[in-house]
Write a protein that binds this ligand. Sequence first.
Ligand code: KG4
Ligand code: ZN
Length: 334
Amino acid sequence: MKDVYILGIESSCDETSCSIVKNGIEEVSTVILSQIDIHTLYGGVVPEIASRNHVKDITFVIEKCLKESNLTMDDITAIAVTYGPGLIGSLLVGIEASKTLSFIYDKPLIPVHHIAGHIYANNISHDMKFPLMCLVISGGHTELVYMKDHYNFEVVGKTLDDAVGECFDKVARVVGIGYPGGPMIDKLSKIGHDSYNLPIPKNDDSFDFSFSGLKSAVINLYHNEAQRGNTINKEDLCTSFTNVVVESLTSKTIKALKKYDCHNLVLAGGVAANSSIREKFCELSKKEGFTFSYPDIKYCTDNATMIAAAGYFCYKLGRRSELDLNGKSSEILN
Ligand code: KG4
Ligand code: ZN
């Protein structure tokens, strides 16, 4: 069978990325330009600045990716692009670039949901095993997704308020350890002790999550201690916070695996890079007897490799967009 090369484009937040993936599994080349250094100055992503930088970077990123692949546009089978959810101005830059390539080179245009991309980061280099449960944990999403087969998504649980990554970032901001907060909290949590008593959010039988209460609990603790003239031990707070997050994510996920009689678990999204979350699931997988895998760290945060990998399965299903494809700031996983 003829090889399928998908050129993927991702620009939904603050990473401008292009990647070429062969047959949905083999990464040929990837270029990612991150704007983290710019947005760090503001303590979070500024949408207008993000879209302007995507405009500045998109052509360079696509050209570099093609050059490094040693392929030409003639070799590319189709163009896959993140159409949502995300920051609308940012999404539109990737979408317009993809439409232009699709039109000029007469290639099919494939719309990819950003979360489908995160999930398919698990299909890079090795095939996903079905049926599976995917815990999607990112800056904008916290969802439990059950998949019977490729591109068959059933959202069985989700956050009722903040996403877990958002909670990491807000806590880091209050404690004053910069943006994005996740990686730094991960590091500090390894040297602290679990000495602060924080509530386990939405500790019930549902598969839904909640992180706004935990965020407020950390903020209140921080301010109350400051008012009493006490300083917070940052490392200890990071450990206590991480332990509560791990408990919330693992207990709900294990319940969902049992309810769906599912024996394969994968993680997805930026927060899947967290070492404590990975370690705990690894331990539980041995105890409870399910397979557990997660993407390589470089595929956890936003990148176009995952979009091209998901795009391959969309392509196989015959999903196509016309040149009137628009960005969607919010969109149900499909
Ligand atoms: O998936 P992603 O790149 O963006 C969205 O689609 O939202 O995820 C970014 C999120 C940020 O909130 C960041 O703090 C978090 O992933 N993150 C982590 C770690 N590395 C990145 N959170 C916890 N531990 C980490 N090691
Ligand atoms: Zn993402």
